[in-house]
Design a protein around this ligand. Structure first.
Ligand SMILES: [Zn+2]
Length: 357
């Protein structure tokens, strides 16, 4: 029996750059030493991963074809909309506009422009539901696995080491302000509690009492604390979380954070309980693009192959609420996710994804 429901949306992916054959510069995400070295190098030159120069794209048939195939793959997996979390070259928009001129795209596309190429004068909305520029992406700290996320207390296994903070609150506020002023959404990568606090400080400086209306985002929001959860709720800041990360990072989080902090990390339930708006994104290629794979991880707290991780979980209705958007389209599945065992959700067949045009 087919099941029809609100379409899956991926609010944070690096799909376009992967489709174009331009993987992120941090090298192999599964090699923490290499990622840590990259983050330290970038920090030393006062840059951030969203500000690094990249080789310009050639906008040609090859690129247009590759992007179209990447988007078609997303639709096959049940997505009706993807957000590129950091567009590093305006050539992507140019290629997508050309594809769009020929007809609907396989999925709706939203673009956060990387802070390194964003200029207030160059930012322009398309007004097109299929393809829209939504804002600017900044990058405040590193990642948990390589111990480069910025934490308030040193890592449990690295005395004295509190990670890497690429941007302080004043700098982030100063850089975000011209875009915020023109109504663009600001999204900032912040994984550690020190980085999340810094980003909230910056958002308070930029938006003051208008923060909830602007709905700026914290990407990842992994190492949480009750004061940060409260502040996000009070300010009206949106959390964009990754359904597979609690599972993928479960072992590393316990070692890096120690038991007390690990207990409060990846707790999307505490964000929802506090009234924070939570949306989800895969962070592909760091994690699988399949939303059903993400959904299964959120439900079970365990690895897709059944290995136990013991990560925090969400109930199905909450998980679907953060991963789908009826306004973006409809998905038709081979089975009702409520009607199969939690550890079989990733295997549900996608019959159709129908983006709302
Ligand atoms: Zn990302």
């Amino acid at each position: 029996m087919s099941w029809e429901g609100p379409g899956f949306v991926d609010h944070h992916a690096h799909l376009l750059r992967m489709a174009a054959g331009r993987p992120p510069a941090c090298a192999d995400p599964s090699d923490p030493e290499a990622v840590a070295a990259y983050h330290r190098r970038v920090e030393e030159r006062w840059s951030t991963p969203m500000d690094e120069r990249e080789r310009p794209l050639d906008v040609d048939d090859r690129l247009r074809g590759a992007l179209e195939r990447g988007l078609a793959r997303a639709a096959e997996l049940g997505l009706v909309e993807i957000t590129e979390a950091g567009m590093h070259d305006w050539g992507y928009l140019e290629a997508l506009l050309a594809l769009r001129a020929r007809g609907p795209l396989p999925v709706r596309v939203r673009l956060f422009v990387a802070s390194g190429i964003a200029e207030p004068q160059r930012m322009q909305a398309t007004g097109d539901p299929w393809l829209e520029v939504v804002g600017v992406k900044f990058y405040a700290d590193g990642w948990l696995g390589p111990r480069t996320c910025a934490v308030r207390e040193p890592f449990a296994d690295r005395p004295g080491d509190t990670g890497v903070l690429f941007l302080d609150a004043d700098t982030l506020a100063r850089r975000a302000d011209p875009f915020a002023e023109r109504g663009w959404t600001i999204a900032t990568h912040a994984i550690g509690d020190r980085a999340i606090e810094t980003v909230l400080d910056a958002y308070e400086l930029v938006f003051g009492g208008d923060c909830a209306a602007a709905a700026p985002r914290v990407e990842h929001a992994q190492v949480l604390a009750s004061d940060l959860v409260r502040r996000m709720a009070d300010l009206g800041v949106v959390a964009c979380v990754q359904p597979t990360f609690g599972v993928a990072d479960a072992d590393a989080a316990r070692v890096a954070l120690g038991p007390d902090r690990a207990e409060r990390a990846y707790r999307w339930d505490t964000l929802l309980d506090a009234g924070v708006r939570v949306v989800a994104g895969s962070d592909f290629p760091v994690a699988p693009l399949s939303p059903l794979a993400g959904l299964q991880c959120l439900l079970t707290g365990d690895h897709l192959d059944g290995r136990r991780a013991g990560a925090p979980t969400l109930a199905l209705d909450r998980a679907l609420a953060v991963m789908t958007d009826a306004g973006a389209g409809t998905v038709v599945l081979g089975d009702d996710p409520a009607g199969v065992a939690e550890d079989e959700v990733a295997g549900i067949e996608v019959e159709e994804a129908r983006p709302a045009g």
